[in-house]
Write a protein that binds this ligand. Structure first.
Ligand SMILES: CCCCCCCCC/C=C/C(=O)SCCNC(=O)CCNC(=O)[C@H](O)C(C)(C)COP(=O)(O)OP(=O)(O)OC[C@H]1O[C@@H](n2cnc3c(N)ncnc32)[C@H](O)[C@@H]1OP(=O)(O)O
Length: 300
């Protein structure tokens, strides 16, 4: 009972580790690595490694074919982010992809199409927790985007402190309306905080996917470079951020972001209910089915 009361005082994402272990009984494959201070972490979906000299961790997503965010991938992301956060020597995190031409295709649509209600709720809660953890991280977070980054992929990138994107034919943005769905309020808030109200309003209604040049112009990304240079450029930028007094920087970040996170904290359960009601509507299921079909047909 005492433990329960104590857990109740913690923020949802602080409770997460306990939840994962209790609900999913999931353990990660861990192995020592010469580069890391303690251990590196590899799962089917990602690798987390820490450079002990610089204090910079790299979180590389590699869930084939497109880094679609399903429940297991989101769970791994939460565990990896918590691990980096808790490692005292870790100061910054580069979020990137090990797959060619893809940062992340966003949410795995199969999680939302013909879903099982229990899993659907857990999926959404795990996504909420991942966003709160990443957006509110004490670490300097930089997204190294060397590929497409629609919807949930764009959310992850926007949740970082800085974005480096590859020049080329890649697209980034919140394209939910193209699927016949609606970006939830905390996706929208994150975009407003990144590129401003008017540009977000336009982008959301149109489901606009920005090319790299246009994304730079509106401030959706901060720097462009060649595909091969993306991680290097992110790491170089990181060293500039790490020169700033960490406490002052963290307090400034929190002053800018905490109110946005708190909006979801107080509405987390309602948001899960809203999501479940919306996604299970016949019209939405139909639209998702058409969209999946169009993706498959594109391949021929
Ligand atoms: C009130 C509150 C309300 C709340 C209401 C609900 C709010 C929900 C918010 C939603 C957020 C989201 O992120 S929704 C997800 C949005 N994501 C997208 O629209 C991306 C769709 N994908 C693409 O555009 C492309 O795949 C892209 C990423 C550019 C890569 O193109 P490529 O040519 O390299 O690859 P493809 O051949 O297209 O894809 C390879 C395979 O991966 C599959 N695939 C691609 N993206 C996928 C995806 N997101 N989920 C599942 N599967 C996907 C394809 O079907 C193919 O499957 P096979 O043919 O079987 O091999």
């Amino acid at each position: 009972m005492a433990v329960r009361t104590l857990l109740g005082l913690l923020r949802p994402w602080q409770q997460f580790r306990t939840t994962i272990i209790t609900l999913r009984g999931k353990t990660l494959v861990e192995h020592g690595c010469a580069r890391s201070m303690s251990t590196d972490t590899t799962t089917d979906n990602l690798t987390l490694s820490l450079d002990s000299k610089t204090g910079i961790a790299t979180l590389e997503m590699h869930r084939k074919p497109v880094n679609g965010l399903n429940l297991e991938m989101l769970t791994d992301l939460n565990i990896a982010l918590e691990k980096a956060e808790n490692e005292k020597s870790c100061k910054g995190l580069v979020l990137t992809s090990g797959l060619p031409k893809i940062f992340s295709a966003g949410l795995d649509i199969l999680e939302m199409y013909q879903p099982k209600p229990e899993r659907l709720a857990e999926f959404w809660r795990t996504l909420q927790n991942m966003w709160m953890r990443l957006y509110g991280s004490r670490l300097v977070t930089i997204a190294a985007i060397a590929g497409h980054s629609p919807a949930g992929g764009c959310l992850m990138a926007m949740s970082c402190d800085y974005r480096v994107m590859a020049t080329g034919k890649y697209a980034i943005g919140l394209n939910e309306t193209l699927l016949g769905i609606v970006a939830p309020f905390w996706f929208r808030d994150t975009m407003v905080n990144t590129i401003g109200h008017r540009e977000t309003e336009r982008a959301l209604q149109l489901g606009h996917l920005y090319g790299a040049d246009e994304a730079l112009k509106v401030g959706l990304v901060d720097h462009l470079c060649d595909q091969e240079e993306v991680v290097k450029a992110a790491t170089e930028e990181m060293s500039r951020w790490l020169k700033v007094n960490a406490v002052a920087r963290q307090l400034s970040k929190s002053a800018m972001r905490q109110a946005t996170i708190d909006k979801l904290v107080v509405r987390q359960e309602q948001d899960i209910e809203d999501f479940m009601t919306f996604v299970q509507r016949d019209a939405v299921q139909k639209a998702l089915g058409f969209y999946l079909q169009s993706l498959r047909e594109k391949r021929g």
